[in-house]
Design a binder for this molecule. Structure first.
Ligand SMILES: Cc1cc2nc3c(=O)[nH]c(=O)nc-3n(C[C@H](O)[C@H](O)[C@H](O)COP(=O)(O)OP(=O)(O)OC[C@H]3O[C@@H](n4cnc5c(N)ncnc54)[C@H](O)[C@@H]3O)c2cc1C
Length: 415
């Protein structure tokens, strides 16, 4: 059975009720257009709420030029949008919703209570007051023969005619939160260019011994400094924290290098990452501290006392250094400062914090309208950009959602 949802005049439709879609809906309804938001999930903002678990890092307070550089190969495309709606405007926007924010020690910006739920609640209330209508459990299925938008809702096909559409369907990580990436077929069959999705901000596999896995899985390694040299000879460094997992390594420091590491393991079947397990101690200082006689102390106790090497770091050192290296201070320090870990593969996309790939910018105009589908705009993680964690993901989702919403409003005004 087919059903039509209709209104006096065709509404502006936003598909995807994540941060990008909600921001687009805000622009459209503020511009006076009847705005309908559709989403396959039972409630809006599932992934946004997940991002709030354990502290939602919504943006970053660093200098804007440095902030924009975090988007790597897509910094040029995102710069004008982030210039319009960057970290400062995002914080002012939150404040207008009654949510204060603070800058953490590393420059990361969080809502006052670190949570996403109060922000989402206040935002949805404001959108509803503005007249935005929500249609949940509506799974978008592409376009029908007559050009209408097709949805499946409670086993029934629903058709919606709209003059302007903003697609904000998310990437393809954590599909259980709604962003399954199943929309790619609907766009590619209409000639829209897409880059295949890949895991971003993901963990990497390491062939740990049973011993290390049994003793250390779940244990943090902090602080550490990662080092990696890519095929072009470019050296990458990243300080931060890691977690030893059953399968390998995860955590902020490796996520930050995930784009270059992912390319290296894909091209060469593996790559070597070095870990500085004592980043706050220079090689010379470490050698001086190990020059003292060990006496009857075990090596583990000696290294713990001299270099504050905890159990996880020590077990990892033993896993990856030979007994001879461990007992020779010069070799031991060399390993402590650059312990080589072989990464064999990136973890699957479904587990990654975010995805790389999606709708190519070359197929969009500056308002984020698809050149192949006039009147259809795209925003958020479904676009082909990637960035490290640190608030960069959400900021770009807000900025692109705003640009697409403004673009759609401009498109609707034209007639
Ligand atoms: C565990 C975790 C922690 C994170 N922490 C942070 C953080 O601290 N800081 C940060 O900046 N970022 C963080 N992120 C990333 C951030 O949450 C995402 O980048 C952001 O939510 C993407 O926003 P979006 O609006 O583009 O897409 P999404 O939030 O994924 O929303 C897309 C929406 O589209 C809907 N949809 C998809 N397909 C269809 C369809 N066919 N029909 C109808 N609806 C559809 C989905 O149901 C979903 O609601 C985190 C992500 C995860 C998984």
């Amino acid at each position: 059975m087919n059903q039509f949802i209709s209104s006096n005049s065709p509404p502006a439709v936003v598909i995807g009720a994540g941060p990008a879609g909600l921001m687009a809906a805000e622009q459209l309804s503020a511009a006076g257009f009847e705005t309908w938001v559709f989403d396959a999930m039972p409630a809006p903002g599932r992934k946004f709420l997940m991002a709030g678990k354990g502290g939602m890092n919504i943006t970053h307070a660093e200098d804007l030029a440095l902030f924009i550089s975090r988007y790597g190969a897509r910094d040029e495309q995102l710069a004008p949008l982030l210039g319009e709606f960057g970290p400062e405007r995002l914080r002012a926007w939150m404040a207008a919703l009654g949510i204060d924010s603070f800058v953490g020690s590393s420059g990361r910006v969080f809502p006052g209570d670190m949570k996403a739920a109060p922000l989402l609640r206040a935002w949805l209330q404001r959108l509803r007051r503005q007249g935005v209508r929500f249609f949940m459990r509506h799974q978008w299925q592409g376009w029908g023969a007559s050009g209408g938008l097709r949805f499946i809702h409670a086993g029934t096909e629903v058709c919606v005619v709209a003059e302007a559409v903003v697609l904000a369907l998310g990437g393809a990580s954590w599909p259980r939160l709604g962003s399954t990436g199943a929309w790619t077929g609907f766009l590619s069959e209409r000639g829209v260019r897409l880059t295949p999705f890949l895991p971003a901000n993901c963990g990497f596999e390491v062939a740990w011994s049973e011993h290390l896995r049994g003793r250390c899985a779940g244990m943090p390694l902090k602080p550490v400094r990662l080092g990696f040299v890519d095929r072009d000879g470019q050296a990458w460094r990243q300080s931060g924290e890691l977690v030893i997992s059953e399968y390998g390594l995860e955590g902020g420091a490796v996520y930050a290098l995930s784009a270059v590491l992912r390319e290296a393991v894909a091209a060469e079947g593996g790559c070597v990452l070095t870990l500085d397990l004592i980043p706050d101690v220079s090689e010379a200082q470490a050698l001086a501290r190990l020059a003292r006689p060990r006496g009857k102390q075990s090596l583990a106790n000696f290294l713990r006392g001299r270099l504050r090497l905890d159990a996880a770091k020590y077990t990892l050192l033993r896993e990856l250094a030979t007994p001879d290296e461990l007992h020779d201070p010069v070799s031991c320090v060399a390993k402590l400062k650059a312990l080589p870990v072989v990464l064999t593969a990136a973890r699957p996309l479904a587990e990654a914090i975010s995805s790389a790939g999606g709708v190519c910018f070359s197929g969009l105009d500056e308002r984020l309208m698809l050149l192949r589908l006039p009147g259809v705009f795209c925003a958020g993680e479904m676009l082909d950009w990637e960035a490290p964690t640190g608030g960069y993901l959400l900021t770009a989702c807000f900025a692109t959602g705003r640009a697409a919403g403004l673009g759609a409003a401009q498109w609707l005004r034209r007639g």
